[in-house]
Write a protein that binds this ligand. Structure first.
Ligand code: GLV
Length: 321
């Protein structure tokens, strides 16, 4: 049986399954055409690999798609389920790293660290001044968390440690939120009240452009938007317009609509902290993510249900029914 991995794995993470032939590029990425030529039984892919119905159709031997990511918006899970293909993801192991990156963006944006660094590096800094690069306070301000799942919950803990007031929006109230001190609010009310709005919900049909022009317009002009989830949750043009016209104070973005392209308008926006989708980017988290995905793919091919199966209806997969 064949296991294809679309990009090179960390050296420490190689499949320990002598019965499998592993196909992975030495560098770069396996293209869809190369995958089709390879006809794998299992596929380990990244969030930037699109696994749509057409690709699934062209891979009739495939039993499992193991995404090295917690988000699944790059995979047509419904199409996989209807074809009897298992889909797995990598929850938990990236929770701390992603929440910590959110905190880094929050702090950097509130305290204008990027602008400060540019000023120092440019040689234009003329010394300490009472009004130089004034930021906004964090302690005592309100952090609004959109999506109180694992990552949102960890962000809540970190925000609380900074002395922030917490509120959250979610499809329904979350058990355990009260213990975090987080108050449940409808999204529109959260947008009106929060000083910081941080997105932690999955991208799916119902959340695409969740923050559209009207929703963004509800935010306080002094507020900061943080996005470490998916770019498509936000109308980027509307966000730029709000920042350009001073109707929103600042934003910290780790994700974009058309990665790795970032629109020139975003690049030109004032008070915006940018990161290249680094949420889970620690050696520990990325190693554990790769291990989890490989383990899931190997489990399925060995006839054992993987721990991180997201489409229970696809178990057992085709070829094992
Ligand atoms: C990262 O964005 C992930 O979904 O794991």
């Amino acid at each position: 049986m064949k296991l294809a991995v679309t990009s090179p794995l960390p050296v420490a993470v190689q499949p320990r399954a002598p019965e499998l032939t592993v196909v992975q590029p030495a560098s770069g990425r396996l293209t869809a055409a190369e995958l089709i030529a390879c006809q794998p039984d299992a596929l380990v892919c990244l969030l930037s690999d699109r696994v749509d119905d057409a690709l699934l159709e062209a891979l009739p031997r495939l039993q499992v798609v193991a995404n090295v990511a917690v988000g699944l918006d790059n995979i047509d899970v419904a199409a996989a389920t209807s074809r009897g293909v298992c889909v797995t993801n990598t929850p938990d192991v990236l929770t701390d790293a992603t929440a910590e990156l959110t905190l880094a963006l929050l702090l950097a944006t509130a305290r204008r660290l990027t602008e400060g660094e540019q000023l120092v590096r440019s040689g234009q800094w003329r010394g300490w001044a009472l009004d130089l690069l004034l930021g906004v306070p964090i302690a005592g301000s309100t952090l609004g968390i959109v999506g109180l799942g694992r990552i949102g919950g960890k962000v809540a803990q970190l925000g609380r440690a900074l002395g922030m007031q917490l509120c959250y929006a979610a499809p329904r109230p979350v058990a355990g939120a009260a213990a975090l001190g987080a108050v449940y609010l409808p999204l529109r009310e959260l947008l009106r009240q929060a000083d910081f709005v941080s997105l932690h919900c999955p991208l799916r049909a119902g959340t695409r452009t969740l923050l559209d022009r009207d929703a963004l317009a509800l935010m306080k002009p002094s507020a900061i938007l943080l996005n470490t989830a998916r770019g498509e949750l936000v109308d980027e043009d509307a966000l730029c317009e709000m920042l350009e016209t001073g109707r929103l104070w600042a934003a910290g973005l780790d994700v974009f609509c058309n990665e790795p392209q970032v629109s020139p308008r975003i690049l030109a926006c004032p008070r915006i902290t940018l990161a290249p989708h680094l949420g889970s980017a620690t050696t520990k988290a990325r190693t554990q993510m790769a291990e989890l995905a490989i383990d899931a793919a190997v489990s399925v091919l060995r006839g054992q249900p993987p721990k991180t199966l997201v489409n229970q209806a696809a178990w057992p997969p085709r070829g094992q029914r």
